[in-house]
Design a protein around this ligand. Structure first.
Ligand code: FES
Ligand code: FES
Length: 155
């Protein structure tokens, strides 16, 4: 089996994978980083979003071997010195989650939105979230969480 190596959350990791192993499987099964979720088998839900070389990617749409040499960040990698990322804090402040299943992907995706568009309109936020499905919240408080971070305000 091929060996794949990459940097995940600041640590160099490697492992044997099958050629067909998805990046999300490598993250969850080999690395046991289960903050990245799998909510579908059709690449629609966005629960599996991670950052690969700084950009949001649905990790169920990428083979592990395609991430060879990449820098990957998962939800677990957002916490620094025990402190949550401002986007995580905003989701908490604005009640942007209920069951929480979609939340890892939502957080990773919206961080990337603010990277490419630091001051998005409500419509731009909703448009960006087209690839992330939430069955609980109705999205309204997720939008408010993104707006909180974009504005630099705490709740
Ligand atoms: S698991 Fe649903 S899009 Fe990846
Ligand atoms: S909080 Fe339950 S799916 Fe989004």
């Amino acid at each position: 089996m091929p060996t794949v190596s990459m940097a995940v959350n600041g640590k160099d990791v490697s492992g044997e994978v099958e050629g067909r192993t998805l990046l999300v499987e490598f993250i969850r099964k080999n690395l046991r980083l289960t903050g990245t979720h799998v909510g579908c088998d059709t690449s629609q839900c966005g629960a599996c979003v991670v950052h690969v070389n700084g950009r949001s990617v649905k990790s169920c749409t990428m083979l592990a071997v395609e991430a060879e040499g990449a820098t990957v960040t998962t939800l677990e990698g957002l916490v620094k010195d025990g402190k949550m990322h401002p986007m995580q804090e905003a989701f908490r402040d604005q009640h942007g989650l209920q069951c929480g299943f979609c939340t890892p992907g939502m957080v990773m995706s919206t961080i990337d939105l603010l990277r490419v568009n630091p001051d998005p309109s409500e419509a731009e936020i909703r448009d960006w979230l087209e690839g992330n499905i939430c069955r609980c919240t109705g999205y309204h408080n997720i939008v408010k969480a993104v707006q909180q971070v974009a504005s630099g305000d705490a709740a």
